[in-house]
Write a protein that binds this ligand. Structure first.
Ligand SMILES: [Mg+2]
Length: 285
């Protein structure tokens, strides 16, 4: 994704495109750094956060891409790291959880907190609201608390109002996501997480790409763009700081898998559509 045809495509799209093109194939031989959101990007969003379906090939796909990129791959999710570990199993890649509040440079490393713990003065009233309004699903994380209102869209306005009031009173931020409102402590955003990874030696000099679907990924799209990289939006077109778009989780998997199939030995400069027909067997199981 680093050849000069990319800038040509950007020029052709103009500054306010009606839609974004699909990203060109990822070349693992280029010095790319890949940052991946989880829900809505690598797995389809489910009615309950614990009920997402993990594609069988996904853990291997992530780990193999990470190896090919010499460690320049990280998951950057709104979920707590504990939840990512539980869902994915022992995948040895860098991860940031809780929108960047939890930071882990590799699986064996300690988790560094990048934000302050969420105080009870926010958690208690938010929990009470969820309980008193039909037991909305609450996700308590170290640096944030999310209340999901899927199936109860009438709750969005009062929930958002309460979240904003609490956030303002305690110096926190509000993330207005897909069927979820979350109050997060400062320092806990995906742009900060990406910037933190990019400061690490193994990411030095790399071009960062962030793939994500939600409004909370816009911080990361802006961060990678400021560092000379590009954002890839997943899902329907909307106002976004991303430069490219992939239609669905399935398209993300295909795009990532294709990178491995096309560049099994780190072959530099191979054109995307040539010479790869027989290499599908190199894909991870
Ligand atoms: Mg997402």
């Amino acid at each position: 994704m680093t050849d000069e045809s990319d800038s040509l495509k950007l020029a052709l799209r103009g500054s306010s495109p009606d839609d974004l093109s699909q990203p060109p194939p990822l070349r693992l031989s280029s010095k790319a750094a890949l940052f991946l959101d989880f829900d809505g990007t690598l797995v389809d969003i489910a009615a309950h956060p614990d009920h997402v379906e993990i594609a069988k090939a996904l853990p291997t796909l992530i780990e193999t891409l990470g190896e090919k990129l010499e460690g320049r791959l990280a998951l950057v999710s709104g979920r707590a790291l504990e939840a990512l570990d539980r869902l994915l199993g022992p995948v040895d890649v860098a991860m940031a959880g809780s929108h960047g509040g939890e930071f882990r440079p590799c699986r064996s490393a300690e988790i560094h907190p990048l934000a302050d713990q969420l105080p009870e003065t926010i958690a208690r009233p938010l929990g009470a609201f969820a309980r008193d309004n039909g037991e909305l699903l609450v996700e308590r994380k170290p640096f944030s608390m999310a209340v999901h209102y899927r199936g109860r869209s009438d709750m969005r306005t009062p929930l958002l109002a309460l979240a904003r009031e609490l956030a303002e009173a305690h110096g926190a931020d509000v993330k207005d996501g897909k069927m979820v409102v979350e109050v997060v402590m400062p320092g806990s955003d995906k742009g900060s997480a990406v910037a933190r990874f990019m400061e690490m030696p193994r990411f030095a000099g790399a071009t960062p790409y962030f793939i994500g679907d939600d409004v909370t990924d816009e911080d990361a799209f802006r961060a990678v763009t400021a560092m000379g990289g590009e954002g890839i939006l997943v899902g329907p077109m909307r106002e976004t700081a991303a430069s490219w778009r992939l239609e669905s989780v399935e398209h993300v998997h295909a795009w990532l898998t294709r990178a491995l199939a096309e560049d099994p030995a780190g072959t530099a400069g191979m054109t995307p559509d040539a010479e790869n027909a027989g290499k599908a067997g190199e894909r991870p199981a």
